[in-house]
Design a protein around this ligand. Structure first.
Ligand code: 13P
Length: 252
């Protein structure tokens, strides 16, 4: 049985003061989620990680939005795994479509980062998803398969169990045009099939999230599908009442 997971991707939102306010006010919400056997977390910007980690309930997962695969060195503007570890951060989102588009992040680069994270016993949240053009051309599955096979190449099945996958169709991100639950399930079940081919039965233990215009009002629909284990949420994860609404939707 896979545990449900809600992860808020704050992207480039919230100052440290705003992030601290959220963290301090989130205690009751985290209690509620844990009581219903749901894992909950947020992914603040680097400059907010420490304050969220220090001020939130320790059971709130705090994730980075990227990491460099090298431990240290001449990589201006980068953040390393040991730096995150010192803050008690053990989750990292990788390969988000915005980073692929604006920062040239490739599946090959994500693969190196995933290997480094798994060696450090950390949890990668690896994102995949197709553009509107690819979707309309009916090439979603081939596109996503390539991202999964390249991003997770060379990972041992016993390590793969801790990897979280997020399927986020780019045309559904921040557009208000969420994928139907049938489309999301179809692609996510397909992804699980690829994972089964790569890692065997471990695939049944791997969590796969849907992301793209998930809101308190539609999250429950996705959760009714057998292969969808939770959501990676952008805009609707920023305000406390909306975040709480997302948890309530997961509980349904
Ligand atoms: P929205 O929920 O704002 O559509 O963003 C989804 C996303 O990109 C989460 O990583």
């Amino acid at each position: 049985m896979r545990k449900k997971l809600l992860l808020g991707n704050w992207k480039m939102n919230k100052t440290p003061r705003e992030a601290k306010e959220f963290a301090l006010a989130s205690k009751e919400m985290v209690d509620y989620a844990i009581a219903h056997d749901i894992d909950v977390g947020v992914a603040p910007t680097y400059v907010c990680l420490q304050t969220v980690k220090e001020n939130a309930d320790p059971r709130l997962i705090v994730s980075a939005q990227n990491v460099n695969e090298h431990d240290h060195g001449a990589y201006t503007g980068e953040i390393s795994i040991p730096m995150l570890q010192e803050l008690g951060i053990s989750w990292v989102i990788l390969g988000h479509s915005e980073r692929r588009e604006y920062n040239g992040e490739t599946s090959e680069a994500c693969n190196a980062k995933i290997h480094a994270l798994l060696a450090a016993r950390m949890v990668p949240v690896y994102c995949c998803g197709e553009s509107l053009e690819t979707f309309e051309a009916g090439k979603t599955k081939a596109w996503v398969e390539e991202q999964i096979r390249v991003g997770l190449a060379g990972i041992a099945p016993e390590d793969a169990a801790s990897v979280v996958i997020a399927y986020e169709p780019i045309w559904a991100i921040g557009t208000g045009k969420s994928a139907t639950k049938e489309i999301a399930e179809d692609t996510i079940a397909f992804i699980r099939g690829i994972l089964r081919d790569m890692f065997g039965d471990v695939a049944d233990a791997m969590r796969i999230l849907y992301g793209g215009s998930v809101k308190p009002g539609n999250i429950a629909e996705y959760m009714s599908e057998p292969d969808i284990d939770g959501a990676l949420v952008g805009g609707a994860s920023l305000a406390l009442d909306s975040y709480r609404g997302l948890i309530e939707g997961l509980v349904k």
